[in-house]
Ligand binder design. Structure first.
Ligand code: ADP
Length: 158
């Protein structure tokens, strides 16, 4: 059984993340989305809120499940007996960062193999951080996030 883990902050889930999830779910028997605490970014949504939003957005994908991860991704990877880590790549900046993380994970746990799915052109400029800035200024973000995320995100800035 090929199990892949897609870790991330997902603060909040965007159409870019969802596209990677849909494509990765076709490549593996099971895809586990691991909502992580990002110690260098302060989160808008709680882990529980993020899990709920992702759960709703992936409800039609039978082999996808959502969990939280508090510790190292590689520890979760071993615990799940996963074969692959999945990450998305938008641009050169992602590439530099992701390359470093992938190598570090491999150094920490030899069995970790990371694969990268390229963002679709329409998603390359979609980033949770920018979307939050737009909502803060009362802009329309409905094109960039799944339908079920729009209201909870808007409510955060009421
Ligand atoms: P992290 O804080 O772990 O980078 P993010 O939620 O920002 O968490 O991103 C999780 C993963 O999704 C990363 O691999 C990131 O490159 C990828 N990703 C983020 N936004 C997009 C997007 N618009 N299209 C494709 N992949 C994306």
């Amino acid at each position: 059984m090929k199990i892949a883990v897609f870790p991330g902050s997902f603060d909040p889930l965007t159409n870019g993340h969802l596209n990677i999830i849909k494509r990765a779910s076709k490549l593996f028997d099971e895809l586990v989305i691991a909502v992580a605490v990002n110690t260098s970014k302060s989160a808008l949504f709680s882990l529980e809120e993020k899990v709920q939003l992702i759960d709703e957005a992936v409800k039609d994908l039978a082999n996808v499940r959502v969990i939280t991860v508090q510790g190292l991704t590689v520890d979760l990877f071993k615990e799940l007996k996963a074969t692959t880590l999945v990450r998305g790549l938008r641009d050169e900046e992602d590439y530099r960062y992701e390359r470093q993380i992938a190598e570090m994970n491999h150094q920490l746990e030899n069995s970790v193999e990371t694969i990268f799915l390229m963002a679709r052109p329409q998603d390359t400029y979609v980033a949770s951080s920018i979307i939050k800035e737009i909502v803060k200024m009362h802009g329309d973000i409905s094109k960039f996030v799944p339908q079920n995320v729009v209201q909870p995100l808007t409510d955060k800035f009421k």
